[in-house]
Ligand binder design. Structure first.
Ligand code: B4P
Length: 193
């Protein structure tokens, strides 16, 4: 199964994608994690990405697409994958369409986690205190939410127009939200069959 997981920063994409990976036996591909690994490794690409991420902006489409293509060439993606954090703007959505057409890997589902901004700010505050992730400081979170509204929200409309989007309430216990996602995937799988 190939799934795109959409949602604002801090909406729980990473949290839920890890659970879906375990539940469904498919790969979890987080472009945020790929970028953070490049930053940590200090690669030329990571050095470029660092400042952009710390400013709450999106890293350039070319860089992220390159990382994604490399990741999709790895063997563990064969049974399927969850794309977490990609696509994040319409250019990336179109690039993903072209890439998956070339790889003959159509998407099975696009799920979107809906969480109010006030909850997101709270969650990121907690993570900032625990993990000190530079882009979780309150000012950068507000910037990331603005970037999301401007650039990523249209991606949901892009998939909604195709009739492949399912919206999920992302507020509540992590287990309960996981259950909602699995139920939505079952409905989608039955519709695709
Ligand atoms: P991401 O790594 O995608 O980070 P995120 O938006 O914080 O994530 P997520 O929604 O996964 O939240 P999480 O589960 O961790 O992006 C970081 C940066 O990378 C971007 O700003 C951008 O610069 C760059 N980037 C990434 N992809 C890119 C792309 N395609 N193009 C360009 N640039 C890109 O949850 C957040 C917190 O909430 C956690 O602490 C978690 O424990 C908590 N939480 C989760 N579920 C909860 C629940 N139900 N209740 C309470 N707390 C919960």
């Amino acid at each position: 199964m190939r799934i795109v997981l959409l949602g604002a920063p801090g909406s729980g994409k990473g949290t839920q994608a890890k659970r879906l990976k375990a539940e469904l036996g498919i790969a979890h591909i987080s472009t945020g994690d790929l970028l953070r690994a490049a930053v940590k490794a200090g690669t030329p690409l990571g050095l470029k990405a660092k400042a952009v991420m710390e400013a709450g902006q999106l890293v350039s489409d070319d860089i992220v697409l390159g990382l994604l293509e490399e990741r999709l060439a790895e063997a563990d993606t064969q049974p399927g994958y969850i794309l977490d954090g990609y696509p994040r703007n319409l250019a990336q959505a179109n690039a993903l369409d072209a890439l998956l057409a070339r790889l003959q890997q159509p998407l099975d589902a696009v799920l979107k986690l809906n969480v109010p901004d006030a909850d997101i700010v709270k969650r990121c505050e907690i993570r900032f205190e625990q993990e000190h992730r530079a882009d979780d400081n309150p000012e950068t979170v507000r910037k990331r939410l603005a970037v999301y509204a401007e650039q990523t929200a249209p991606v949901a409309d892009f998939y909604a127009r195709r009739g492949v989007l399912t919206e999920i309430d992302g507020v509540g216990e992590i287990d309960a939200i996981g259950g909602r996602l699995l139920a939505a995937l079952r409905v989608r799988a039955a519709a695709n069959a």
